[in-house]
Structure formats: structure tokens, C-alpha cells
Design a protein around this ligand. Structure first.
Ligand SMILES: O=C(O)CCC(=O)C(=O)O
Ligand SMILES: [Fe+2]
Length: 355
């Protein structure tokens, strides 16, 4: 039975679209098993064309092939947008005690205007997006069109996945509609350089062990492995081998809160010891920033207290980001202080993280 154990199984999502009720119920059952087991599954049979997946992955590689100086012109910290643009290597630490992560990123969201209420009110994910110039990245209009097409198709898939998730929780298929209406989502192009084989022991991560902050994440991997999911029953890290055309889907913290921890927002990480460059594209579906997520009535027994207090989507996401980027900032400051106090020019970061 898919979802009963081991690495995230591949489920055929076309059963959601086919109109065969028995097949759809079987899909719901398989998804529920995965949610209860480790909150991860993979899907094929979705409507996002493989050709579009390939095109956005090609652009991902082309973007990160630019010179650092070109990427830095659209650094996400140099604009008044939130979470849009280029993110330098080593700017985040998701796992306390590890080194700044060996990944660089590029954040893209809805192409909203400066008049949009989310931008005016500085709500989550405020745009507009930042794109390289055509001089730096020839044919950038195609990059932009491909990225936005991919983004909107994956966001639409996320909404279908939420319908299935509602059914797994014995709710109406439309239960998440208010949360979905006006939802924000963030797409992140990622590049992980290859790491030395002793990386796990040296506390070097492509991305440290973390859970995702939002509701559901839909991830596209290229051909290079490196993603691992934690298995609580065996206390082992399970590899999620890339499968052409498949998306990896995982539940985020909001889904865990809603279900009073019945569903798992699971730890995962990336350590790329493959010897090759790794690229991936997660799309984080956060939801309507104003929406308040609170324990579902059917996930709490009579007389039992919900494990989590209600929280707005916006607060939950902001907390997650500020923890992880704040940690990287503190790490840099500690490293500087240590450098000054010891009078040395270079800091061996692994020593500090392990200390
Ligand atoms: O690159 C991957 O495979 C995973 C990325 C991830 O977990 C994240 O960005 O939250
Ligand atoms: Fe993640």
C-alpha cells in the first residue's frame, strides 16, 4: 500500500481528474496514508506538461550560470520588495548548529503591481518580481514568460491537491476555498553546488533539516539526487530519488497545525554529495495572508485542547523566514567576532558551527 512506509511513493494524480469515483477514493486513501506517515508523496498524472518542467529547469541553470555581479544586481536584500530576487550562497541556516547553507536561490511570486493591496500593506510575498536585464540574460522575456506560466500551473495544481487533502480529512472538497482565495505562493529556483563527501559530518548542508512553513510545497527536482526525508520510525534519512515528470509534494506547518499534528510536516534536507551541480524548484503554497489557521473541529477530541494556538498565515510564514535568515546573520556576526578576537584572517566555519 503506497504511503505505508519507506521513501515517498509515486501516486497517479490523474485519478483526481478522471471522473471515476472509486479511483478518486483510492487516491484519497493513498494520500491520507502518506500524510499520516511522513507528510511526503510524489505525483505523476498531473496537468503540468513535462516540456514546461524542462524549460523552467533549463532557465534555472542559465540563471545561476550568470556572473555573481550580474545576479547581485537583483539581490533580494537591495529592494523594497519582500522575498523576490536573488539570494546569495550561504544566506540561510535552517538547521540550528550547521554552517550557512551551500545553495543560492532566486525568488519569484505573482507578478503584482505596486498598487496591489498586498504590496501597499506590505503583505507576504509583495512584488513586483525582479528580473535580470536582457543584456545580462539574453531572451529574458522568455525566462519571465516560462517562469510565470510554470508558477501559475503549479499554483493551480496546489489548489487541486488541497481539494484532495480536504477529502483525506473528511471535509468537503471545497473546505479550503476561503484559504485559497487571494492566496500567495512563492517559487524558488535553487542551485546546490556539489559538496565534499564528508559534508554530513562536517555540518555542511545544501539546505539544513527543516520543515516548510506554509501549507503545501510542490517540488521539481532535476536529475541529481540530494533530497532526503527523515523517517521517525527508523531514525534514518530516506533519499528521494528524482523521477522524470514527477513532483514531490510535502505538507507544511500550517497543515500540521490544522490537523492538530495528525498530519506530519516532516523534516527534510539536501546534501549534494553527487559530484554534480544540483538544481531544484520548490513552489511554496502559503495561502491567503489574512486567513487564520486554527485546529480543525474534527481533529480534536472532546475535552482535548488544540496543540497550537490560531495563527494568521502571514505570521506563520514570517516567523519561519525570520528564524532561518536571522540565524545566518547571527552566524556571520559570531564568525566576525571570533575572527577579531583571535586576530586571524580566515574563519574555519565548520569549527564554529560544531562548537
Ligand atoms: O531542493 C530541494 O530539493 C528541497 C528544497 C527545500 O526543501 C526548500 O526550499 O524548502
Ligand atoms: Fe523545504
Amino acid at each position: 500500500m503506497p504511503g505505508a512506509g519507506g521513501a515517498p511513493p509515486i501516486l497517479d494524480f490523474s485519478r483526481f481528474y478522471q471522473g471515476d469515483l472509486r479511483a478518486k477514493q483510492q487516491l484519497v486513501k493513498e494520500v491520507r496514508n502518506c500524510c499520516l506517515h511522513n507528510g511526503f508523496f510524489q505525483i505523476t498524472g498531473h496537468n503540468v506538461p513535462i516540456e514546461l518542467q524542462n524549460r523552467i529547469m533549463d532557465w534555472n541553470k542559465k540563471f545561476f550560470d550568470l556572473e555573481l555581479e550580474q545576479k547581485n544586481k537583483i539581490n533580494k536584500d537591495t529592494s523594497n520588495t519582500w522575498n523576490r530576487g536573488y539570494e546569495l550562497m550561504k544566506s540561510q541556516i535552517l538547521e540550528e548548529g550547521t554552517n550557512p547553507e551551500l545553495k543560492e536561490g532566486f525568488y519569484i511570486g505573482d507578478e503584482i503591481s505596486k498598487e496591489h493591496p498586498y504590496f501597499v500593506n506590505k503583505k507576504l510575498n509583495s512584488g513586483p518580481n525582479m528580473w535580470p536585464s536582457n543584456d545580462d540574460l539574453p531572451n529574458v522575456t522568455d525566462f519571465k514568460a516560462t517562469a510565470l506560466d510554470y508558477y501559475s500551473q503549479v499554483v493551480s495544481l496546489a489548489k487541486d491537491i488541497l481539494k484532495v487533502l480536504a477529502l483525506t480529512l473528511d471535509l468537503e472538497e471545497t473546505w479550503f476555498d476561503d484559504f485559497v482565495s487571494g492566496a500567495v505562493a512563492t517559487m524558488r529556483l535553487l542551485h546546490y553546488p556539489s559538496q565534499p563527501p564528508d559534508s554530513p559530518a562536517k555540518l555542511t548542508r545544501g539546505i539544513g533539516a527543516h520543515t516548510d512553513f506554509g501549507c503545501v510545497t510542490i517540488l521539481l527536482q532535476d536529475k541529481v539526487a540530494g533530497l532526503q526525508v527523515y523517517d521517525y520510525s527508523t531514525k534514518e534519512w530516506l533519499d528521494v530519488a528524482p523521477t522524470p515528470g514527477a513532483f514531490v509534494v510535502n505538507l507544511g506547518n500550517l497543515m500540521m497545525r490544522w490537523s492538530n499534528d495528525r498530519y506530519i510536516s516532516n523534516l527534510h534536507r539536501v546534501i549534494n554529495v553527487s559530484g554534480a551541480e544540483r538544481y531544484s524548484i520548490p513552489v511554496f503554497f502559503s495561502g491567503n495572508p489574512y486567513y487564520v489557521v486554527k485546529c480543525l473541529p474534527n481533529c480534536v477530541q472532546e475535552g482535548e485542547e488544540p496543540k497550537w494556538p490560531p495563527i494568521t498565515v502571514e505570521q506563520a510564514i514570517l516567523d519561519g523566514y525570520s528564524d532561518s535568515y536571522g540565524r545566518a546573520e547571527r552566524f556571520k556576526k559570531d564568525a566576525e567576532t571570533k575572527t577579531k578576537s583571535e586576530g586571524v584572517q580566515q574563519v574555519v566555519v565548520t569549527e564554529i558551527a560544531g562548537a
